[in-house]
Write a new protein. Structure first.
Ligand code: WQD
Length: 349
């Protein structure tokens, strides 16, 4: 599907920039719209250099009245009509969503409605949506299949589920509309070049970027939230997947959306569970470093253990994860070691 022009909202972020690399390699033509609230212009520039490609980049908020409409119109006017949208833009911190739910409902739900209205006006009827395994809530069984009940336990997860429901309704109202929802498990690591990676603005909430910041000396130790779970070593278990595998999942979903109207939700995970301590030990072994640990009480709201059943992604999208935990650790460290402060903030930002 060469020359598929795709609007990528949030394309300057961690998942977005890695997905741009995979899209370009597949001959897809991304156009990025990002408000840089959690993304970086520098990161997109690095993708351009890495791939030897130009990526049109518009700064803005998808909620700005008329903005998406104008971006779609301009793309059509220059003979590159957008045929599909990859919707990654959104706020993603669970703790922040508990403290400030209205920010999450406005940005994640309101933003998606604004985007979908602009798409309808422009006649764009293919959407790939960034959802999350957080929509499942407490496991009633494992591994999670897409048929597992949906019961998110925090406002962030509820925004993801609400957008999924909106997409089901849009597809019911417009039989020509295609909505492929990707339920991410835990993406970590970086492109093997070390040129792009995860660059949290503040102290990381998530495990892996915290580990890499300890390793590079930005944090003194890793707090381990809970060592009394009913798991092999007492620490929380997650399904960590390499961010480049996740990126490839988007490429496959975009290809699948052609000729497949209707709503479908697909897990993107490896099918393997890894505990906090197992990930730490792998990181230390692969990178020859030590991560000092500080045991802490459980983090409120944390799920004890979760991992994906990735069978539908394989059968529907022809997608499987290809990287193991060691590669995630090696690639994530290469990025952090070469960029101890992440992407330097741009002058004036
Ligand atoms: C993983 C494990 C923690 C930090 C997050 C987002 C969620 C989704 C996936 C977007 C848990 C433990 C963590 C630390 C620790 N992102 N931990 N010390 O909670 O599965 O989900 O990523 O969709 O929205 O919340 O990932 O990396 O925060 O935690 O011990 O400093 O690591 O208790 O067991 P989580 P996480």
């Amino acid at each position: 599907m060469p020359d598929l022009h795709v609007l990528v909202t949030g394309g300057a972020g961690y998942i977005g920039t890695h997905t741009l690399v995979a899209m370009l390699a597949a001959g897809q033509r991304p156009l990025v719209l990002d408000d840089f609230s959690n993304g970086s212009r520098e990161a997109v520039r690095r993708v351009e250099r890495l791939c030897g490609a130009e990526i049109p980049l518009v700064e803005g908020d998808i909620r700005s009245p008329g903005l998406v409409e104008s971006v779609l119109a301009a793309s059509a006017a220059r003979g590159a009509p957008v045929e599909a949208v990859l919707h990654l833009a959104g706020s993603k911190a669970v703790g922040e969503s508990v403290a400030d739910p209205l920010k999450y409902y406005d940005n994640n739900v309101g933003g998606s409605v604004a985007l979908l209205r602009a798409m309808r006006e422009a006649g764009v009827a293919r959407l790939v949506f960034s959802s999350s395994a957080t929509v499942y809530g407490e496991p009633q069984y494992l591994p999670f299949t897409e048929a597992h009940p949906l019961a998110p336990t925090n406002p962030y997860g509820r925004t993801k589920l609400m957008v999924e429901e909106i997409l089901r309704d849009v597809c019911a109202a417009d039989p020509a509309f295609s909505a492929v929802t990707l339920r991410y498990f835990n993406p970590i690591g970086a492109h093997r070049s070390g040129q792009i990676g995860e660059s949290p603005r503040d102290t990381p909430n998530n495990l892996f970027p915290f580990i890499t910041q300890v390793a590079v000396g930005r944090q003194p130790f890793l707090r381990v939230f809970g060592d009394d779970y009913d798991t092999a070593d007492g620490t929380g278990v997650r399904d960590y997947l390499h961010v480049m595998d996740l990126a490839q999942g988007h490429v496959r979903a975009l290809a699948y959306s052609e000729g497949h109207p209707g709503f479908v939700a697909v897990n993107l995970g490896t099918g393997q569970g890894t505990s906090v301590l197992e990930l730490v030990r792998a990181f230390e072994r692969v990178n020859g470093c030590r991560i000092p640990l500080q045991p802490q009480p459980r983090r409120p709201g944390d799920i004890e253990r979760m991992w994906a059943d990735p069978a539908l992604a394989a059968s529907l999208l022809g997608w499987r994860s290809t990287h193991g935990v060691d590669a995630m650790c090696a690639d994530g460290w290469r990025w952090q070691q070469g960029n101890p402060q992440g992407y330097e903030p741009e002058a004036g930002t």
